[in-house]
Design a binder for this molecule. Structure first.
Ligand code: ARG
Ligand code: ZN
Length: 843
């Protein structure tokens, strides 16, 4: 059944204190609770209701009296006193049988929890909603050596430990870990002089992979003090790595739990991209301590309140640690590839949805990444100083609250005096706005016409104009800036901006730094784009000119069999030679948009994309680039060699990114000679994996693939790469068969989400392979999602989005994808999670 934001009512009872005692057992864990409730004056007529799922209730008492509560579909009701009272209950749960990885479960012998969004109800009966906040005291009884929960440790003995978290928190931030773990320990002194104990807890084999995460944690703590004035607020901060985890990580108060892939790192086993992602996720979860934990969400419709802001903060952090320009480019690549795809398909939803069936289905790129873009736009509109003032006010006014998007916007209105009612539409209207651009120049006056329209999305039509910050600059014909970056505010359906006193018709650089998450409709010929690629002073737009050029070139190749344009190729050469540009930036310029990006662009232009034709064009373009750069590539490859021991630092990583771009291009013309050499010589995973990828992409590398397996079979995270790479690099007609064969490999298991994603996430990402006309990949994906749903609904519901583009394609592919979706929809006992997704996609 559907839950609506408009039906929100405050809780009937509030909680003053929670005491939990866990007697851990793999199949029969006992959870005893003692909870102090009191009636909420804000909802005096409300009923006492507790959530509970998959619990065996042994007994319950109210004020010491045995109580026989009634239960119906996950809700327990009891007629409770209209005065403060004590609820006590004993329930039994089975962590070993918990394959959904929600609530209390076991991962490789480690007890761990995942409660966001509504997993606490699988641990005990409780008002499992984020607006009920309480301090928790937890006692854990177990023979395992390490027993952890939220807050500070208060007492421990042989076989038990007690923890107290003084900060009132919602149940979704509860966590418990017990296991045979070891810790990498360190400390951090806050700016007001408190010494915080820091630990990363891992299985003993992984103790050598914690150092980088620990540094990232300390940098995050310092950064949040310096940039947002936020200090840590407990005596201890624990991170735990677990192998089986549905998402990246979780910000439980004082006890963050991480997918091991999001925290464990070593030069031999992790790529540069892994290091950067780990640094960002550690920061993200740490930053949640203020934006999420100290100020939480009133209800799950407000999820973007904590996620959009925290993603924005982790993006700022990565920009500060590494490169702002490159980070902005990488964020735009992700946004366009995944969020625009979502926003322009059957799963489109507002950043703050108005309804849902299963909240886990709304941990989306729209809520997270578009949510972060909204924060970025606010900051652009009000300016940096006003943003800082608004954030100070937010922390001051709402510390300890379960807040809403309205609260958030009000803080900005109060801090700046600005009316944000139209801006608020960004939270309510789904769909990617299209911004049209036309230009005129006469008598020294340049006139820019901007327009906007927002496409219909499921359940939403006839949308209102939004506030769109459009950053522009103007260049003269020599490439000098005649108008530096200027923020225009587009608020009407069409608007005109004039710029007088220009000696000649300027060249427009529009949507600088990707100032809003919109799609530009701007007629520009290849020569104009090549000019911007050569001269734009805004690094984002310089890169974006290369991207638009590549997109034009590829669509011309697909639609008209055209040859790659010389202006594009020469533009790439010039960038590659320009050593005033960061290597990481040059690597981004050299990479054309993905095949799915091209499909999106073709759909936007009114065509039916053919993934096979796009694949061929992509291959042909890559070969042409390789040939065009043949002379200069070896020189750049040599220049970018990083001497000495591996360092994951941004500059070294940037050099490797560029040298490996060269390697992959050179392998197109040297038969893989250099890649094979690099593979043999590699002393770090970045170099080893890049070499293997280059070989697989030219249909070679069989021996290296075997060698890699021999070398790494003991390391789960590296083996995930091994599984993923073979599927990801497979030629279209073989991708499904390779994925199918890998599911027979003894190390394949669908119980581990990382391993399942390695195979099936890579199949989805191999666009031409997934859409091979045989339909083999559709069938394989459907078969396995049906199997996985019985074990792990959350990961199934996420992966089933592989089919969300089905309406884009030709009749034959549509029919095949639809059949696959219907087969999933009709599977017996399909989970609520997957049912909701499939229903939305079938429309
Ligand atoms: N709050 C976590 C984060 O953003 C994500 C956890 C969501 N988990 C889930 N099962 N929906 O880092
Ligand atoms: Zn988050």
């Amino acid at each position: 059944q559907t839950i609506y934001l408009k039906d929100y009512t405050p809780p009937a009872y509030l909680v003053d204190e929670v005491h939990l005692t866990f007697k851990l057992h793999p199949t029969k864990t006992l959870v005893q609770s003692r909870i102090a409730f009191r009636p909420n004056p804000e909802n005096p007529d409300g009923k006492f209701e507790l959530h509970g799922e998959d619990l065996t209730l042994h007994w319950a008492r109210i004020n010491g009296q045995d109580w026989k509560p009634a239960t119906r579909s996950g809700i327990l009701t009891a007629s409770a006193p209209n005065a403060p009272f004590i609820w006590e209950a004993l329930v039994e749960i089975n962590p070993s049988a918990n394959t959904a990885l929600e609530g209390l479960y076991m991962s490789n012998g480690v007890y761990c929890t995942q409660c966001e969004a509504e997993g606490f109800r699988k641990i005990t009966y409780y008002p499992d909603r984020p607006d009920v906040m309480a301090p928790f005291t937890v006692r854990i009884e177990s023979d395992l050596p390490v027993l952890l929960s939220n807050g500070n440790p208060t007492a421990q003995g042989e076989g038990w430990a007690e923890w107290h978290d003084p900060w009132p928190k919602p149940a979704y931030l509860f966590a418990l870990v017990a296991g045979d773990l070891v810790n990498d320990a360190d400390s951090f002194t806050t700016k007001s002089g408190n010494d915080i104990a820091l630990n990363i807890w891992v299985r003993p084999d992984d103790i050598g992979k914690c150092a980088f995460g620990m540094e990232a944690l300390k940098k995050s703590m310092k950064w949040d003090e310096d940039v947002y004035g936020r200090e840590y607020d407990l005596d201890i901060f624990n991170i735990v790595a677990v192998d089986d985890f549905n998402m990246g990580a979780m910000e439980n108060k004082g006890l963050n739990i991480f997918n091991s892939s999001a925290v464990l790192a070593s030069p031999e086993t992790s790529t540069d991209a892994n290091f950067e992602r780990i640094e960002a996720i550690i920061a993200h979860e740490y930053f949640h301590n203020w934006t999420g934990n100290r100020i939480t969400c009133r209800d799950w419709f407000q999820l973007c309140l904590k996620e959009g802001l925290t993603v924005f903060r982790d993006q700022q952090f990565t920009g500060d640690m590494r490169s702002h320009a490159v980070k902005r480019i990488d964020d735009a690549i992700v946004l366009r590839a995944y969020q625009f795809r979502e926003d322009n398909g059957p799963l489109a939803h507002p950043v703050r949805p108005a309804s849902f069936v299963e909240i886990n289905n709304f941990y989306t790129v729209t809520v997270y990444e578009k949510g972060a873009e909204i924060i970025g736009m606010l900051k652009r509109l009000v300016g940096d100083d006003a943003y800082a003032r608004a954030l100070d006010l937010y922390f001051e006014r709402h510390d300890g609250d379960a807040a809403t998007i309205e609260d958030w916007l009000k803080v900005f209105e109060d801090a700046t005096g600005r009316d944000l009612s139209q801006f608020a539409l960004w939270y309510h209207q789904a769909g990617t706005p299209r911004v049209t651009v036309t230009e005129e120049y006469a008598d020294g006056v340049y006139t820019l016409h901007l327009g906007q329209h927002i496409p219909d999305t499921p359940g939403q039509t006839d949308k209102s104009s939004m506030v769109i910050p459009v950053a522009i600059g103007l260049l003269d014909e020599k490439g000098h800036e005649v108008l530096p970056t200027t923020m225009l505010e587009l608020t009407e359906a069409t608007q005109r901006f004039t710029f007088p006193d220009l000696a000649s018709k300027p060249v427009l650089s529009v949507l600088r730094d990707f100032s809003a998450p919109v799609i530009l409709e701007h007629e520009q010929n290849k020569a104009q784009r090549a000019f911007l690629l050569a001269h734009d002073t805004d690094p984002f737009n310089k890169w974006d000119a290369a991207r638009s050029l590549a997109q034009d070139v590829l669509t011309d190749m697909v639609l008209h069999d055209a040859a790659p344009d010389a202006a594009y190729l020469d533009g790439l050469t010039a960038v590659l030679r320009d050593d005033s540009l960061e290597p990481a930036f040059r690597a981004r310029v050299l990479s054309p948009p993905s095949q799915d990006d091209i499909a999106q662009a073709l759909v936007d232009a009114g065509h039916v994309p053919d993934p096979t034709a796009i694949y061929r064009a992509h291959e042909a373009l890559t070969l042409t680039i390789a040939q065009h750069l043949q002379d200069i590539a070896p020189r750049i490859f040599a220049e970018m060699a990083v001497p000495g021991p591996y360092s994951p630092a941004a500059d070294a990583a940037g050099k490797r990114a560029l040298s490996n771009t060269m390697l992959s291009l050179m392998s197109k013309t040297d038969g893989g000679r250099l890649a094979a050499q690099q593979y043999d010589a590699a002393d770090n995973m970045t170099q080893q994996l890049a070499a293997l990828t280059a070989l697989l992409k030219i249909g070679k590398g069989a021996a290296q693939t075997q060698q890699f397996e021999q070398q790494w079979q003991h390391d789960r995270l590296v083996m995930d790469k091994w599984f993923g790479l073979q599927v990801g690099c497979a030629a279209p007609e073989t991708a499904a068969a390779i994925a199918g064969a890998l599911t027979d490999h003894p190390a394949f298991t669908m119980k581990n989400p990382n391993r399942f994603r390695a195979v099936f996430g890579s199949l989805k990402a191999n666009t031409a392979g997934f859409h091979d006309p045989s339909g083999a990949a559709y069938d394989l994906m459907a078969d396995w999602l049906i199997k996985l749903d019985a074990l792990n609904p959350q990961t199934t519901a996420r992966m089933v989005t592989s089919f969300d583009t089905w309406r884009r394609y030709d009749a034959d592919r549509q029919a095949k994808m639809r059949t696959a979706l219907e087969r999933i929809a009709n599977a017996p006992d399909l989970s609520r999670d997957t049912t909701e997704m499939v229903t939305r996609m079938l429309g």
